[in-house]
Design a protein around this ligand. Structure first.
Ligand SMILES: [Zn+2]
Length: 241
């Protein structure tokens, strides 16, 4: 009798051990998007490194009409993390990146509800969205809006340029996306992209928002390529024009 009464407990123990093993396997199979270490979607070392980079304001782009507020430079760990989000489905990093960007925006004096009343994004190309199953710029915008306490509103549509493109060079087609803006009651909008490189995407999106009636557009990105790289990338554009 004693042995029989113990059987259910033994089975439960075996089941528990399997569950624990599966849990640990799952945990160990998760790798950091920044450094590939096992155990977390973004390890503590990478979190602190990104936070430190953001506090130093390395990603801030100079003021002016084309100013873009960026949380970090698009180098090292930040580059790996954002590549993980864009190309390896590492969506778990979204919350952290949104927190970094929201912190940077507050640091430079952007007041949610006063300077900006809504957050929007520059939609990625339809084919890329279908391929990935999500739009990383939209996810970042929605997460940042939650942190800032303002609504995320889709105000832009990407113009499909798969049709006739008479008069456009291949470089122009690839480097200058076009958008159309949607009318809305929001007059002051925070525009978000994941990475700013030449600034052409944000400039086109910002222009479309203004055409649609938005009076103030604050452009931002989680990361910005270092200024020296940006200048190098701009050189062929000016030559082509
Ligand atoms: Zn890491």
């Amino acid at each position: 009798m004693t042995q029989i009464s113990h059987l259910p407990f033994q089975r439960t123990d075996i089941g528990w051990c399997r569950l624990r093993a599966q849990f640990l396997d799952g945990l160990l199979s998760v790798r950091c998007a920044g450094c590939n270490a096992r155990g977390a979607a973004l390890c503590a070392t990478c979190r602190f490194a990104l936070l430190d980079a953001s506090r130093r304001g390395l990603g801030a782009v100079a003021a002016g009409p084309d100013a873009v507020i960026a949380a970090v430079e698009f180098t090292g760990r930040a580059r790996s993390v954002i590549h993980g989000l864009k190309y390896r489905n590492r969506r778990a990093v979204i919350t952290h990146l949104a927190g970094l960007l929201a912190g940077r925006l507050r640091d430079v004096g952007i007041r949610p509800g006063i300077d900006i009343t809504a957050v929007t994004w520059a939609p990625t190309h339809g084919a890329r969205r279908r391929e990935r199953g999500y739009d990383q710029a939209e996810l970042l915008a929605r997460a940042t809006a939650r942190v800032l306490g303002v609504p995320a509103v889709r105000l832009l549509d990407r113009v499909d340029r798969s049709g006739p493109q008479t008069g456009r060079t291949r470089l122009e087609r690839e480097s200058a996306p076009a958008f159309t803006g949607r009318r809305s009651r929001h007059q002051s909008v925070l525009l978000i992209d994941d990475v700013v490189t030449t600034g052409s995407t944000l400039a086109a999106a910002s222009g479309a928002l203004r055409t649609a009636g938005v009076r103030r557009v604050v452009c931002s990105a989680v990361a910005a390529t270092p200024v020296q790289n940006r200048r190098k990338r701009r050189a062929p554009l000016s030559t082509a024009a």
